[in-house]
Design a binder for this molecule. Structure first.
Ligand code: SIN
Length: 295
Protein backbone atom coordinates (compact mmCIF):
# COMPACT_ATOMS: atom_id res chain seq x y z
CA UNK A 1 0.00 0.00 0.00
CA UNK A 2 2.69 2.64 0.80
CA UNK A 3 3.97 4.38 -2.34
CA UNK A 4 7.42 4.85 -0.84
CA UNK A 5 8.91 3.54 2.36
CA UNK A 6 12.41 3.74 3.81
CA UNK A 7 13.02 0.18 2.62
CA UNK A 8 12.74 1.31 -0.98
CA UNK A 9 15.31 4.06 -0.41
CA UNK A 10 18.36 2.31 1.13
CA UNK A 11 21.46 4.35 1.88
CA UNK A 12 25.05 3.30 2.26
CA UNK A 13 26.60 4.24 5.58
CA UNK A 14 30.22 3.58 6.56
CA UNK A 15 30.68 5.21 9.99
CA UNK A 16 27.35 4.33 11.64
CA UNK A 17 24.83 1.50 11.42
CA UNK A 18 21.12 2.17 10.93
CA UNK A 19 18.42 -0.39 11.72
CA UNK A 20 15.01 0.74 10.44
CA UNK A 21 12.24 0.80 13.06
CA UNK A 22 9.20 0.57 10.77
CA UNK A 23 8.76 0.55 7.00
CA UNK A 24 7.53 4.13 7.28
CA UNK A 25 10.24 5.85 9.28
CA UNK A 26 12.75 5.82 12.10
CA UNK A 27 16.07 4.04 12.63
CA UNK A 28 18.10 2.86 15.60
CA UNK A 29 21.61 4.14 15.09
CA UNK A 30 24.66 2.43 16.56
CA UNK A 31 28.42 2.77 16.25
CA UNK A 32 28.74 6.40 17.34
CA UNK A 33 29.48 8.08 20.66
CA UNK A 34 27.64 11.40 20.63
CA UNK A 35 29.51 12.63 23.70
CA UNK A 36 32.64 13.00 21.56
CA UNK A 37 33.16 15.47 18.70
CA UNK A 38 31.88 13.96 15.45
CA UNK A 39 34.14 13.49 12.45
CA UNK A 40 33.04 15.25 9.26
CA UNK A 41 32.03 11.89 7.81
CA UNK A 42 30.02 10.88 10.90
CA UNK A 43 28.17 14.20 10.96
CA UNK A 44 27.44 13.91 7.22
CA UNK A 45 26.16 10.35 7.57
CA UNK A 46 23.94 11.21 10.55
CA UNK A 47 22.47 14.09 8.51
CA UNK A 48 21.97 11.75 5.55
CA UNK A 49 20.29 9.16 7.79
CA UNK A 50 18.09 11.88 9.31
CA UNK A 51 16.83 12.93 5.86
CA UNK A 52 16.14 9.28 4.99
CA UNK A 53 14.62 7.91 8.20
CA UNK A 54 13.41 11.25 9.70
CA UNK A 55 13.76 9.93 13.27
CA UNK A 56 17.04 8.57 14.65
CA UNK A 57 17.46 7.04 18.07
CA UNK A 58 20.79 6.34 19.79
CA UNK A 59 21.02 4.25 22.98
CA UNK A 60 23.03 5.07 26.11
CA UNK A 61 24.65 8.43 25.30
CA UNK A 62 26.50 10.21 28.12
CA UNK A 63 25.75 13.80 27.14
CA UNK A 64 26.43 16.70 29.46
CA UNK A 65 24.32 19.81 28.75
CA UNK A 66 27.40 21.40 27.18
CA UNK A 67 28.02 18.41 24.92
CA UNK A 68 24.31 18.34 24.02
CA UNK A 69 24.59 21.97 22.84
CA UNK A 70 27.76 21.16 20.88
CA UNK A 71 26.09 18.15 19.27
CA UNK A 72 23.08 20.26 18.27
CA UNK A 73 25.35 22.73 16.45
CA UNK A 74 26.21 20.10 13.80
CA UNK A 75 22.58 20.26 12.68
CA UNK A 76 21.75 23.99 12.83
CA UNK A 77 21.72 26.96 15.19
CA UNK A 78 20.31 26.10 18.62
CA UNK A 79 17.15 28.10 19.34
CA UNK A 80 16.20 29.83 22.57
CA UNK A 81 12.47 29.28 22.98
CA UNK A 82 10.58 32.59 23.21
CA UNK A 83 8.02 31.23 25.72
CA UNK A 84 9.27 28.12 27.52
CA UNK A 85 12.04 29.01 29.96
CA UNK A 86 15.37 27.31 29.28
CA UNK A 87 17.73 25.76 31.84
CA UNK A 88 19.84 28.01 33.98
CA UNK A 89 23.20 28.44 32.26
CA UNK A 90 21.89 26.71 29.11
CA UNK A 91 19.04 28.82 27.73
CA UNK A 92 18.94 26.62 24.58
CA UNK A 93 17.99 23.54 26.63
CA UNK A 94 14.38 23.05 27.68
CA UNK A 95 13.92 20.65 30.56
CA UNK A 96 10.80 18.72 29.53
CA UNK A 97 9.57 17.47 32.86
CA UNK A 98 6.46 15.78 34.23
CA UNK A 99 6.44 15.01 37.93
CA UNK A 100 4.50 12.10 39.49
CA UNK A 101 0.82 13.01 39.78
CA UNK A 102 0.89 15.79 37.16
CA UNK A 103 -1.87 15.22 34.64
CA UNK A 104 -0.56 17.25 31.73
CA UNK A 105 2.49 16.46 29.64
CA UNK A 106 4.42 18.84 27.37
CA UNK A 107 3.81 17.80 23.76
CA UNK A 108 0.79 15.55 24.32
CA UNK A 109 -1.01 16.58 21.15
CA UNK A 110 0.24 15.86 17.61
CA UNK A 111 2.52 18.67 16.43
CA UNK A 112 5.65 19.78 14.66
CA UNK A 113 7.85 21.82 17.02
CA UNK A 114 7.48 25.58 16.74
CA UNK A 115 5.58 25.62 13.45
CA UNK A 116 4.34 29.05 14.64
CA UNK A 117 7.83 30.48 14.00
CA UNK A 118 8.41 32.23 10.66
CA UNK A 119 11.30 29.85 10.17
CA UNK A 120 10.17 26.79 12.15
CA UNK A 121 12.56 24.41 13.90
CA UNK A 122 14.40 22.14 11.46
CA UNK A 123 15.45 19.42 13.88
CA UNK A 124 14.96 18.53 17.53
CA UNK A 125 17.35 16.57 19.74
CA UNK A 126 15.95 15.03 22.92
CA UNK A 127 18.16 13.43 25.59
CA UNK A 128 16.49 11.21 28.19
CA UNK A 129 17.45 12.05 31.79
CA UNK A 130 14.88 9.98 33.65
CA UNK A 131 12.28 7.74 32.05
CA UNK A 132 9.31 5.95 33.61
CA UNK A 133 9.55 2.13 33.91
CA UNK A 134 6.78 1.93 31.33
CA UNK A 135 5.00 4.54 29.21
CA UNK A 136 6.14 7.98 28.09
CA UNK A 137 6.93 6.85 24.52
CA UNK A 138 7.14 9.39 21.70
CA UNK A 139 5.17 8.69 18.51
CA UNK A 140 6.07 10.11 15.09
CA UNK A 141 4.30 10.37 11.74
CA UNK A 142 5.90 10.79 8.31
CA UNK A 143 4.41 13.83 6.51
CA UNK A 144 5.98 12.90 3.13
CA UNK A 145 3.96 9.66 3.21
CA UNK A 146 0.90 11.59 4.36
CA UNK A 147 1.13 13.79 1.24
CA UNK A 148 2.02 10.92 -1.11
CA UNK A 149 -1.07 8.99 -0.03
CA UNK A 150 -3.59 11.72 -0.75
CA UNK A 151 -5.60 11.34 -3.94
CA UNK A 152 -4.50 13.42 -6.93
CA UNK A 153 -7.70 15.44 -6.54
CA UNK A 154 -6.96 16.31 -2.91
CA UNK A 155 -3.30 17.07 -3.71
CA UNK A 156 -4.42 19.52 -6.43
CA UNK A 157 -6.91 21.12 -4.02
CA UNK A 158 -4.41 21.68 -1.19
CA UNK A 159 -1.21 22.38 -3.19
CA UNK A 160 -1.93 26.15 -3.46
CA UNK A 161 -3.37 26.59 0.06
CA UNK A 162 -1.69 28.50 2.87
CA UNK A 163 -2.18 27.53 6.53
CA UNK A 164 -2.07 29.85 9.52
CA UNK A 165 -0.04 28.66 12.52
CA UNK A 166 -0.20 30.13 16.02
CA UNK A 167 0.81 29.30 19.60
CA UNK A 168 -2.25 31.09 20.98
CA UNK A 169 -3.98 27.91 22.14
CA UNK A 170 -1.01 25.68 23.05
CA UNK A 171 0.61 28.45 25.11
CA UNK A 172 -2.62 30.15 26.17
CA UNK A 173 -1.78 32.51 29.06
CA UNK A 174 -5.20 32.05 30.73
CA UNK A 175 -5.37 28.23 30.47
CA UNK A 176 -1.73 27.89 31.52
CA UNK A 177 -1.62 30.74 34.03
CA UNK A 178 0.17 28.58 36.66
CA UNK A 179 3.07 28.02 34.22
CA UNK A 180 3.29 31.75 33.46
CA UNK A 181 3.22 32.44 37.23
CA UNK A 182 6.20 30.07 37.61
CA UNK A 183 4.26 27.60 39.77
CA UNK A 184 4.85 24.50 37.63
CA UNK A 185 7.96 22.44 36.90
CA UNK A 186 8.01 23.93 33.36
CA UNK A 187 7.95 27.73 33.45
CA UNK A 188 6.61 29.95 30.67
CA UNK A 189 7.37 33.62 29.94
CA UNK A 190 4.76 35.69 28.14
CA UNK A 191 5.88 37.03 24.76
CA UNK A 192 4.06 38.64 21.81
CA UNK A 193 4.95 35.46 19.91
CA UNK A 194 2.03 33.78 21.71
CA UNK A 195 -0.51 35.83 19.74
CA UNK A 196 1.41 35.94 16.46
CA UNK A 197 -0.11 34.30 13.37
CA UNK A 198 2.32 32.94 10.81
CA UNK A 199 1.58 31.74 7.27
CA UNK A 200 3.15 28.60 5.76
CA UNK A 201 2.27 26.72 2.56
CA UNK A 202 0.08 23.75 3.39
CA UNK A 203 2.25 21.63 1.11
CA UNK A 204 5.98 22.34 1.26
CA UNK A 205 8.94 21.10 -0.76
CA UNK A 206 11.95 20.03 1.27
CA UNK A 207 15.03 22.05 0.22
CA UNK A 208 17.34 19.00 0.30
CA UNK A 209 15.20 16.05 -0.79
CA UNK A 210 13.02 18.02 -3.23
CA UNK A 211 10.04 15.94 -2.00
CA UNK A 212 6.66 17.41 -1.10
CA UNK A 213 5.29 17.01 2.41
CA UNK A 214 2.07 17.98 4.14
CA UNK A 215 2.70 20.81 6.60
CA UNK A 216 -0.18 21.05 9.08
CA UNK A 217 -0.41 19.90 12.67
CA UNK A 218 -3.07 19.64 15.33
CA UNK A 219 -1.40 21.81 17.99
CA UNK A 220 -0.45 24.93 16.04
CA UNK A 221 -2.31 25.01 12.69
CA UNK A 222 -5.35 27.16 13.42
CA UNK A 223 -6.98 28.08 10.10
CA UNK A 224 -6.56 28.15 6.34
CA UNK A 225 -5.81 31.54 4.78
CA UNK A 226 -8.90 33.09 3.21
CA UNK A 227 -11.32 30.79 5.08
CA UNK A 228 -13.20 31.16 8.36
CA UNK A 229 -12.24 28.87 11.27
CA UNK A 230 -15.52 26.98 10.71
CA UNK A 231 -14.70 26.46 7.02
CA UNK A 232 -11.07 25.51 7.73
CA UNK A 233 -11.75 22.98 10.48
CA UNK A 234 -13.18 20.05 8.47
CA UNK A 235 -10.27 20.11 6.00
CA UNK A 236 -7.61 20.52 8.72
CA UNK A 237 -9.24 17.72 10.74
CA UNK A 238 -9.31 15.46 7.70
CA UNK A 239 -5.65 16.14 6.85
CA UNK A 240 -4.33 15.58 10.39
CA UNK A 241 -6.41 12.39 10.79
CA UNK A 242 -5.16 11.17 7.43
CA UNK A 243 -1.54 11.91 8.42
CA UNK A 244 -1.84 9.82 11.57
CA UNK A 245 -2.40 6.43 9.96
CA UNK A 246 -0.36 3.77 11.78
CA UNK A 247 1.27 2.86 8.43
CA UNK A 248 2.98 6.28 8.40
CA UNK A 249 4.30 6.05 11.96
CA UNK A 250 7.02 4.83 14.25
CA UNK A 251 7.16 4.85 18.04
CA UNK A 252 10.19 5.41 20.26
CA UNK A 253 10.41 3.49 23.53
CA UNK A 254 12.83 5.44 25.72
CA UNK A 255 15.64 4.23 27.97
CA UNK A 256 17.77 6.39 30.26
CA UNK A 257 20.43 8.37 28.36
CA UNK A 258 18.90 7.64 24.94
CA UNK A 259 19.06 10.43 22.36
CA UNK A 260 16.36 10.80 19.73
CA UNK A 261 16.58 13.40 16.98
CA UNK A 262 13.97 14.13 14.36
CA UNK A 263 13.58 16.03 11.12
CA UNK A 264 10.97 18.35 12.52
CA UNK A 265 9.20 19.86 9.53
CA UNK A 266 8.52 16.62 7.67
CA UNK A 267 7.17 14.88 10.76
CA UNK A 268 4.59 15.29 13.49
CA UNK A 269 5.12 13.83 16.95
CA UNK A 270 3.16 13.11 20.10
CA UNK A 271 4.46 12.57 23.65
CA UNK A 272 2.37 9.84 25.33
CA UNK A 273 0.82 10.94 28.61
CA UNK A 274 0.33 7.48 30.16
CA UNK A 275 2.64 7.34 33.19
CA UNK A 276 0.67 9.33 35.75
CA UNK A 277 2.51 8.06 38.86
CA UNK A 278 6.04 8.42 37.46
CA UNK A 279 8.50 11.19 36.66
CA UNK A 280 9.90 11.72 33.17
CA UNK A 281 12.64 14.23 32.34
CA UNK A 282 14.09 15.03 28.93
CA UNK A 283 16.53 17.71 27.82
CA UNK A 284 15.38 19.22 24.52
CA UNK A 285 17.29 21.36 22.03
CA UNK A 286 15.73 22.57 18.80
CA UNK A 287 17.87 23.84 15.92
CA UNK A 288 17.14 26.09 12.99
CA UNK A 289 18.64 26.49 9.52
CA UNK A 290 16.87 29.87 9.03
CA UNK A 291 15.09 28.68 5.86
CA UNK A 292 11.38 29.42 5.59
CA UNK A 293 9.31 26.45 4.35
CA UNK A 294 8.27 26.99 0.73
CA UNK A 295 5.88 25.36 -1.70
C1 SIN B 1 8.26 17.60 22.35
O1 SIN B 1 7.10 17.66 22.01
O2 SIN B 1 9.12 18.25 21.80
C2 SIN B 1 8.65 16.65 23.48
C3 SIN B 1 8.48 15.24 23.08
C4 SIN B 1 8.67 14.28 24.21
O3 SIN B 1 8.87 14.69 25.36
O4 SIN B 1 8.63 13.08 23.95
Amino acid sequence: MPKQTVETAPIELKTIEAKPITAAMGAEISGVDLSKPLSEKQAAEIKQALQTFLVLTFKDQDLTPERHVNLAKYFGSPEVHPIVQGMEGYPEIIKVIKNPGETTQFGDSWHSDNSFFESPTTATILHAQEVPPVGGDTLFSNMYLAYDHLSEGMQKLIDPLVAIHSASDAYNPVKLAHKYRGEAAMKYNYSDVVEQQVEHPMVCTHPETGRKFLYVNRMFTVTIKGMTPKESKPLLDFLTEHALQPEFQCRIRWSDKAVTMWENRTTMHYAMNDYYQYRRIMHRITVNDGIRPSA
